[in-house]
Write a protein that binds this ligand. Structure first.
Ligand SMILES: [Zn+2]
Ligand SMILES: [Zn+2]
Length: 357
């Protein structure tokens, strides 16, 4: 099988299609315990939950047991562990990225937390049809907002509010934009969308790495989640810098959700068994390792990089597995583990540990 774009490559393993679990990683040689198998440094989009923004470094995700970090950039709404991290963040984001986060921060700041963003897993996930309908509902308003922004672009040309395409920006356009801004804001969903849009803007050639990942047809947890994404789309149309506008589309946002679903890794504290959940990110290469409740590979985050090591001696031909469960979840009974995996990752675990009990 041809190596999918973004898949991990190593002399120690190869990627193969499996009958029931999609693609998986298999040892091509016997591997001693402790061997470093892979370092995934291909972070695409990431979300640092808003409640952790002062405590977790926006660049390297360092955490000091809940202490506020010293270097805070209130304009973009991130804190950093060192001047180096701040500079690296600024450089990697570039002027458009900095402008985008500043626009979002301005929008979010001062608004009380309007969405709990808590996922109630009992609610049904919106179907494909419902997803399409929800995005269609705002198409007209989105078109008006786009035109209002087009007017902003043209405000600098001598013809005044008349765009180059002859579109007259009227009160109706500006009203659509204002109406969108009055809608409740979901800061973490907004971070997800902005991070993904910026990644696509900065690295258009790497989109294939994301597209090669398993795609979820119904990625929204429930109707509230879907509605929050749709509202966020309009918010972003209203505030993001103009160069990003071509990427602010339902297609882009839906694609990001489809690939993020079941592929993202939690960004947790490195101490105390990862009990603090700061956010999550998508490292395409890391997504090729399948889950087992008794994994033979250990993963550990080092800043923005995931390291994978053989947790035990591995035979040639054996599948390389990590666990998707957190420290606490690993200790659960088989039935409870199955429920967690089904709920969060959408599969029925058939690993050796689950099969033998
Ligand atoms: Zn840092
Ligand atoms: Zn299992």
């Amino acid at each position: 099988m041809a190596v999918p774009p973004g898949a991990p490559v190593s002399p120690l393993f190869s990627i193969r299609e499996t009958p029931h679990a999609g693609r998986a990683v298999f040892a091509t040689t016997s591997i001693p315990e402790g061997t470093l198998l892979y370092r995934a440094d291909d972070l695409t989009l990431s979300v640092l939950l808003r409640e952790y923004r002062r405590e977790v470094c926006g660049q390297c995700f360092a955490y000091e047991y809940g202490r506020d970090l010293q270097i805070r950039d209130k304009i973009v709404g991130f804190a950093f562990c060192s001047p180096q991290c701040r500079d690296m963040w600024t450089e990697e984001h570039g002027p458009v990225g900095v402008q985008a986060w500043a626009a979002v921060e301005k929008l979010v700041k001062g608004r009380s937390k309007e969405d709990s963003e808590l996922v109630d897993s009992r609610l049904p996930r919106p179907t494909k049809k419902e997803i399409k309908a929800a995005w269609d509902t705002v198409a007209a308003q989105a078109g008006l907002i786009r035109m209002a922004r087009q007017g902003e672009r043209d405000a600098n040309v001598p013809s005044g509010a008349t765009s180059t395409e002859g579109v007259q920006v009227t009160k109706q356009h500006r009203k659509a934009l204002q109406k969108a801004l009055l809608q409740p804001i979901s800061p973490d969903i907004m971070s997800f969308c902005v991070s993904g849009i910026l990644w696509l803007y900065q690295k258009p050639g790497e989109k294939a790495r994301l597209l090669a990942l398993a795609s979820d047809e119904t990625p929204y947890h429930n109707n509230d989640d879907l509605q929050a994404f749709v509202r966020t789309y309009l918010h972003l149309l209203a505030v993001l810098p103009l160069p990003l506008m071509p990427l602010v589309t339902p297609e882009t946002l839906f694609t990001l959700s489809q690939r993020d679903s079941h592929n993202s890794f939690g960004i947790r504290s490195l101490e105390d068994d990862g009990s603090e959940f700061f956010g999550y990110g998508c490292w395409p290469a890391a997504s090729y390792f399948n889950h087992s409740c008794g994994p033979n590979v250990e993963k550990r985050r080092e800043g923005r990089i995931w390291e994978f090591r053989a947790g035990q001696a591995i035979d040639q031909g054996e599948e390389l597995n990590i666990t998707y469960l957190s420290g606490e979840e690993r200790k659960l009974s088989r039935g409870k583990r199955m429920l967690v995996l089904k709920k969060n990752w959408g599969f029925d675990c058939a690993c050796a540990r689950c099969e033998e009990t």
